[in-house]
Design a protein around this ligand. Sequence first.
Ligand code: BGC
Length: 265
Amino acid sequence: MTTVTYEAGAVGFGIDIGGSGIKGAPADLRAGALAAKRFRVPTPEKSTPEAVAACLAEVLLHFEVPTATPVGITFPGIIQHGVVLSSANLHKSWIGTDLAELVRLTTGHRVTVVNDADAAGYAEVRHGAALGQDGVVLVLTLGTGIGSALINDGRLVPNTELGHLEIDGYDAETRASSAVKDREGLSYKVWAKERLQRYFEVVEFLFSPDLFVVGGGVSKDHEKFVPLITTRAPIVPAALRNQAGIIGAAALADRAARELPTPTP
Ligand code: BGC
């Protein structure tokens, strides 16, 4: 148990659901930083909605998050109005699940649910590598899959799913994600030049961003592969690394709480 003072508009809470871990922490909304060390629960092997909901409850309990605090949750799939519409790397029974409603029923918390890359991208634009960048920013997260966030003049266009572009007859993330690099034992050089280069070329042709931000766990090794990718737009590593999802989810939940009237129980 970790005690934190939750103050409306100042400290929010974010949880990042990933393929291997479910990580949560309070977030300092003004600084765009974690307000306490994050708490991680391993993602259950059978990652069904019920099993994951129990982990979310554990994370909220660990930090004694008050029900009035806006909570943002990321999910690695398409999210529309709290409902999961795709699940490439978690259990298929997620598809059609109202995650926001499931969390409300399990924990009593009203939460905002967003795609994981959208949350990370939003955090990078508000507080990280794309801070102050006008125009089109494309954040690509390289991990188990490839996530994308498209932000134009600070406004997020959700659920772009550019990891699933079909390129040269393949679903792009099955050729270019960092999990594929590991699985096939590719060196950073081969991965960058033979997989990522083609991917970034296609994405740049379609979206002409003003800036690319490369995120995901592997971005900690950015100097080994980012300089090997040639794009017209500058390409920079994410600044918030594996905290971006939590910070972005908390920020989006705070924004949603300001926009919507408080529901009556
Ligand atoms: C999913 C996206 C997600 C990305 C990164 C993809 O397989 O379709 O929704 O953002 O992986 O987790």
